[in-house]
Unconditional design. Structure first.
Length: 284
């Protein structure tokens, strides 16, 4: 299982399964490069409604047993029923995967509004009792430093986050953010409502101008002027944009480490070279 210690900043990153089955070996090649960094864990995303659940388990097993790195398997509540949930938990257990990131998940495109409203597991917190019944798992959760897009306000958001933690989440990973002051403000407010589990700061290096599209908009993350200026200056030059984006992320991470962050979780979109470059500047 993932282990947290007060005297070490945990380093981790996220990968996602390929859409095509025959591309799965490409992610294995990526993982072979990342494993040389000896990260504390690598998380594997999960398709909406479980569309990639088999690939998630297969990739998690590769991380755990071939790369010899702790794997964190994503699991979404939306589209899940009792049978599907326990089948997945049994498969993870059989593959000796003992870390789960429990998420609500977005509504799948092929799910009707009626089915979405009447789904069995409405929130990530609803998964926690079932996961705990199934075996020994570390359960991680997600949090939004800049407020979940569907929350009324941060006070409301923190109330539900506290509920998730009280239900048994062992640690949290933030959505991406680009202004560390936003993270520090969030941590201060979270502490005041009694959220005291380790929080991993989610960092996405913006290495291409088009990254400030769907993923950033869906995350609800604001874009500070400094980052906007970088994109305006280097956006038309891919090589310079990549260097500037990596440098921006490196500066974020160095500041976070200097201010006592529990962990850094990189969203590097399956790009091993970006992961290696950032690690070498911040953890090596």
């Amino acid at each position: 299982m993932i282990k947290h210690t007060k005297d070490k900043v945990i380093f981790s990153c996220e990968v996602f399964p390929p859409k095509r089955d025959d591309d799965i070996y490409e992610i294995f090649k990526t993982l072979d490069k990342i494993k040389t960094l000896k990260p504390d864990f690598i998380s594997v995303t999960y398709g909406a409604g479980g569309s990639n659940s088999k690939k998630t388990a297969t990739i998690a097993a590769y991380i755990q047993h071939i790369c010899e790195v702790e794997a964190l398997a994503h699991m979404t509540a939306v589209g899940m029923d009792d049978e599907k949930l326990h089948n997945i938990l049994d498969e993870l257990s059989s593959k000796q995967i003992h870390n789960i990131l429990a998420l609500r998940g977005d509504k799948p495109r092929d799910m009707s509004d009626e089915d979405f409203v009447n789904r069995k597991f409405k929130y990530a917190s609803d998964l926690i009792p079932e996961i705990n019944k199934a075996g020994e798992f570390l359960i991680a959760g997600a949090c939004y430093p800049e407020v979940h897009p569907e929350s009324l306000n941060q006070e409301d958001d923190l109330k539900y986050l506290k509920h998730k933690v009280d239900m048994g989440m062992n640690c949290l990973i933030t959505q991406m953010f680009f202004d560390n002051n936003v993270f520090y403000d969030f941590m201060d407010k979270a502490g005041k409502v009694g959220i005291n589990v380790p929080v991993h700061a989610g960092i996405m290096p913006i290495t291409a101008a088009n990254q400030l599209g769907t993923s950033v908009k869906l995350s609800g993350s604001s874009v500070p002027q400094e980052l906007s200026n970088l994109i305006a200056k280097y956006g038309d030059n891919p090589d310079d944009m990549k260097k500037a984006g990596i440098e921006y992320a490196v500066n974020q991470i160095k500041d976070l480490k200097n201010n006592g962050v529990a962990g850094i979780h990189l969203y590097t979109m399956n790009k091993a070279d970006t992961t290696v470059a950032i690690y070498n500047e911040t953890f090596a």
